[in-house]
Design a protein around this ligand. Sequence first.
Ligand code: MG
Length: 263
Amino acid sequence: MIVHKTEAEIDRMRESSRITGLILAELETLIAPGVRTQDLDAHADRRSRELGARPAFKGYRGFPGALCVSINEEIIHGFPSSRRLREGDIVSLDFGVFYDGYYGDAARTFPVGRVEPEALRLIRIAEESFESGLLRFVEGNHLSDVSHAIQSAVEAAGFSVIRSFVGHGIGQELHEDPQLPNFGFPGRGPRIRKGLVLAVEPMIAAGRWEVDILGDGWTAVTRDRSLAAHFEETVALTDRGAEVLSRVGTKAVEPARKELPYA
Ligand code: MG
């Protein structure tokens, strides 16, 4: 059952989503060769609590960290560890918080230092496919119109869409109905209407879409071990159209200005 949110609920989700996006923007500034993934996790955990939020993934079905850290061929659900980022890696950070009764959920893939042009293109297409899906996140459209737009953008770039994991409704629960596959025929499934809040999250691979789960029972990797990228935002349909609740600029983490600029 899809739980459509009221304006007041979406207001509260603006805050849980903003905190999520803010912490991801902070994490971006920490990415560098030599950084341990557990240090990124510690930052995400500490900042959540400083901002009055609870890291949503920690303990979720036994997940050990606040942050999912997935490197190179890892798609999602990688554990934070003593592993250090290396120049040329790409690293996907998936993060969520629970704040004032509601969840926020977002993910980005970042380059570590200088990376291969094809890896940068993969990262860019993950984000662009999200934007293509967002253009279809319109009242009256079918949900699968969003799915189809994402798939079309990814495959037009010569990459593939991961099939085993999907986007989802989000609200008082981290994962709510409906599921939102990143592939499919247009014109199917429920229609989009006001109050729908979704975590839209293309997961894409440079090679084929088949997935293996590593021995930890969590980490999903591409079976052909090709690079993977992930881009996710919490998105709501309001009176103003599709609103990306988790999008914040990196400016948000800059120290406050001491003086106001003149107009
Ligand atoms: Mg999600």
